[in-house]
Each structure stands twice: as C-alpha cells, then as structure tokens.
Design a protein around this ligand. Structure first.
Ligand code: UDX
Length: 425
C-alpha cells in the first residue's frame, strides 16, 4: 500500500524476486503510469524493472479488493513531519483501517507488515488494534482468534538514487514480529537475497530505523562541526576525515562535510526521535545539536558569500544544484532551500540550475530564474554557490569565466578548479 519511493521500489523489487505484487496507490495517474512501465519518479534501475514486470506479476491499482487474496500486506505510506516535529501517522491509521475492513469475513492467514518509518510502538499500539478491530478478528467467534493475522515491522534502508541496489543487495534485513510464526513466514518475501537477518520485537525494529538514520545524521553534523573548526584553523577537513575514517571502528562513510543533510528522511526522522524522547521525559541533548548544526550550515554559506562578494542586494547569484543530493530529482529539505530563501531576503537575484531537480524546486520557489545548463546560470553572475554533489559539476572550470567575477563557493566538495572556496575546507 502506497506507491511513493518506498512502496514503488519495494513493489518492483519484490516482483523481480518472483512474487506476485499488487501495488495499491490512490493517485490514478501514478497507477496508469506504473502499469505502462513508466515510473512516476526517477530512480536508477527502476524503469527496467517496471517494464519487465508491469502487466505480468506487478499490477498497480486503486482498489482494495486484492487485499483478501494477498498473503502479505505491506504498509509503505508516508509519515510526514507534524507541526511539532512529531511523525504524522494519519496515513498509517487510514491504511490499517482499510486493511481491517478488507479482511472482514475473510479466512486464511494474513500478515500485515509496516515498512513505513514509524515511532516505536506504532505497529503494536496503532496498526495492530486498528486492523483487528476493523476486521472483527479478535471478536469474531468463527475466526481462530487474533493469531489469524500476524504483524511484522520491516524497516527499509533505501537511499534515494540507489534504492533498487539497496533493496536487492542490503547490508541487513530487519524483521520485527508479533510472534515467531509471523516473522518466519514473512522472511519468505526475501528468499533470493543474501544478507544478515536481524529478528526482533516490533518496537525494536521500529527503533532500529530511527537510530540508524539518527546516527548517520550525527556523523554528518559531527563532520560539519569539525569542518567548521578546521576552516578557522586553515586545515582541510577532507584530509582530516580521510585519516579518521580509515579506523575500522569509525569507517569512511557519511563523513563528508559541507552544506548538511536534507532529503525526506534524515531531517524528519531526527525531529521525530527528538519529539518522542521529549514525550518520555528524556532531553535528547546530542540529537538537538545534530539538528542545530545542520540548520546553521546554510547560513555559514551566506556569511562566506557576503565576506567575498559584499552586500548581496541586486547581485546575481548562480546556484548550481537544487536536489538534496546528486542522482535524484528530489528537492525535499534540500539545503539549497534555506540558501535561496536567505539570498532572496537580502535582495539578490537567483539563477539556478540542476540536472534533474529544476521543476521540483520551482514548486517551492516559483519566482527565481531556472536555467537549462550550468553555463546559462553562470552567465554574468557576480557569485556562484555549488549546492549539490553532482559529479558533472566536478569538471567545471572555464565555464566560471562566464561570470562577472569568479567568486565561487563550494558547499559540497566536488569542484576541481583551484579558486573555489569551501564552506568548511
Ligand atoms: C537516507 C538513508 O541513508 C537511508 O538508509 C534511509 O532509509 C532514507 O534516508 P537518503 O535520504 O536517500 O537516504 O539520502 P542519503 O544518501 O542518506 O543522504 C542524505 C543527506 O545527507 C543528503 O542531503 C546528503 O547530501 C547528505 N550527506 C550524506 C552529507 O552531507 N554528507 C555525507 O557524508 C553523506
């Protein structure tokens, strides 16, 4: 249930593993596109899979009629950030209700599995009682009791852009279950994949997902803080982290300092964990600092720009990169958003270019200039900020001569030209 990034990638990959998959999505246009083998989002390898399986063992539909005949029902809907940083579980609740209604008067064993990122306790205290209440399984004397529906929590660890690869070749598979039998049966969906399996309770599986994302976000903010100190000391933080990351207890990944983390997961999940901790009476000092460092990084870019270019009012500023990272058209929580907002506040003219995310950013800032190439954005610019780690930006050098002056700020370590100034290197 849910044809977003997680649901669609999972549906395509489960069909690749040989299962028969119905993808329930309420957006009729998405359903149509998926059934034609056309993914509504850009994700490496996804189109090939959809073309191979759509209309065969993968069908998208807006109808819940396929639920009774499905052995496993996976909830893959979004859990957006609520007004106080908490996870908004309304779509999860609505899915659980629809599943329960669809399973009324229905025989056979079903597993309801949550793949969405949800706060610990959600599967046990929201999904399970809602499904059981709506399906009347726990009160129906004819039924064999609540055990004819099993509950599983199976978090995803899919990076955008690499989601298909992460699904098919995972570091680990985490399965939390209401009982041993539900977990054992659920593991059948992953037959064919070779990865360590972690079997836990429902709540521990939910916490594993939040903890993984919070830890990765912490690594990034830690590197950014070290980078900010290095900048003052005239040290290249990338040299430092190379030396640090080779310690096997630390590892070299997610130590890239720069503009900070964006995307649909890290900011939302760290906020939700902070909210959850505070609800329990625990003050999450470290996690709050992780967010704080992340929110200040874009402002440092503006400070550096003002130091180099002076008053920004009326200046032309080129932004290269709008996606929250390379290889995606997704601009959600992109660090380019606060940077553009600050530039506009200071009266600068913004010309922006991203290889894939121009139209995503246009929904957020309809009134800046979107260019179809880096050259067009750079032409006559007074300054340029590189905001996304697109590899193709790495080769830019003489293109910067199109600017009025070569004031180049690098918020991601990607350029090879000598005169760019890094935000923390
Ligand atoms: C993340 C998790 O990695 C994935 O396991 C989870 O299930 C979903 O959320 P994703 O949001 O696709 O994936 O992006 P990721 O590659 O993790 O990058 C997140 C952000 O951190 C990006 O803005 C990226 O630019 C930034 N980042 C990443 C850094 O600033 N430095 C790094 O070293 C790595």
């Amino acid at each position: 249930m849910g044809g977003g990034y997680v649901g669609l990638v999972s549906a395509a990959c489960f069909s690749e593993l040989g299962h028969s998959v119905n993808l329930i999505e309420i957006d009729a246009q998405k359903v149509k596109a998926i059934n034609l083998g056309r993914p509504p989002i850009y994700e490496k390898g996804l189109e090939e899979m959809l073309r191979a399986h759509a209309g065969r063992n993968l069908t998208a539909t807006s109808d819940y009629k396929c639920i009774p005949d499905s052995e496993i029902i996976l909830i893959c809907v979004g859990t957006p950030q609520g007004p106080d940083g908490e996870a908004d579980l309304s779509m999860i609740a609505s899915c659980a209700k629809s599943i329960g209604i669809a399973l009324q008067n229905c025989d056979g064993y079903h597993i309801v599995a949550v793949k969405s990122t949800v706060p610990p306790g959600t599967t046990e205290r929201l999904v399970k009682p809602t499904v059981l209440r709506q399906s009347s399984k726990n009160i129906n004397k004819e039924a064999k009791g609540p055990q004819n529906i099993g509950f599983v929590m199976n978090p995803e660890f899919l990076r955008e852009g690499l989601a298909v690869q992460d699904f098919m070749d995972p570091d680990r598979i985490v399965v939390g279950s209401s009982d041993q039998n539900a977990g054992d049966l659920f593991m059948g969906v992953y037959v064919g994949l070779d990865a360590p399996v972690v079997r836990t309770s429902l709540t521990a599986a939910e916490m594993i997902k939040y903890t993984s994302n919070a830890f990765l976000a912490t690594k990034i903010s830690f590197s950014n803080e070290i980078g900010n100190i290095c900048k003052r000391l005239g040290i290249d933080v990338y040299d430092v982290m190379k030396g640090v990351g080779l310690d096997h207890r630390i590892n070299p990944y997610f130590l890239n300092a720069g503009a900070g983390f964006g995307g649909s997961c890290f900011p939302k999940d760290v906020s939700a964990l902070i909210h959850l901790a505070q609800e329990t009476g625990e003050e999450p000092i470290l996690l709050k600092s992780v967010v704080d460092v992340n929110e200040r990084q874009p402002l440092r870019i503006i400070q550096l720009l003002e130091k180099k270019a002076g008053d920004l009012a009326g200046k032309n500023v080129a932004i290269l990169g709008l996606a929250f990272k390379n290889d995606t058209d997704d601009a959600r929580e992109s660090r380019a958003i606060p940077v553009i907002a600050e530039l506009k506040k200071r009266g600068a003219q913004v010309k922006a270019y991203d290889p894939k995310a121009n139209s995503s950013m246009e929904k957020i800032f309809p009134n800046i200039d979107y260019c179809s190439s880096a050259d067009a954005a750079l032409k006559d610019a007074d300054a340029c900020i590189v905001m996304t780690e697109w590899p193709q930006f790495g080769q830019l050098d003489k293109e910067f001569d199109l600017m009025r002056s070569r004031v180049i700020i690098e918020a991601r370590r990607i350029l090879s030209c000598k005169d760019a100034e890094g935000i923390c290197w």
